[in-house]
Write a protein that binds this ligand. Sequence first.
Ligand code: FES
Length: 141
Amino acid sequence: FIGSLAPDANQRALAFLEIDLSPIQPGQSVRFVFRGNALFVRRRTPPELERERSVALADLKDPATDQSRVTAGKDEWLIVVGVCTHLGCVPIENRGDYGGWFCPCHGSHYDASGRIRRGPAPTNLVVPRFAFLSDTRVRVG
Ligand code: FES
């Protein structure tokens, strides 16, 4: 009976997503699907990192440091759920006025930290639970 309560292999596969980061180039944002939603994995360049870290928290609608949204020592990697926090559209990578994502549904602009910078979205793109398994592999979920 207890065995029947344990998640089967298909359920476990849905619960986690393992991503090989090695093909992702600096400056590139790659879209995956995780639990039925878009998931963005972005490898940020040093100038992008510098730009995001120089933003004053007072200028942010949903204040969060860039450091709070990434893993220390793996700062180039940003992982966010690709669902606009306004009404749930999928933002477009590398568009908008802040070098991150642009949601075409009602005009929300996100920066390269996934933070809302302008438009109707109330909060930043969600950072899912994730953990690095090695320098080139990450598990989301
Ligand atoms: Fe993205 Fe409205 S759903 S701006």
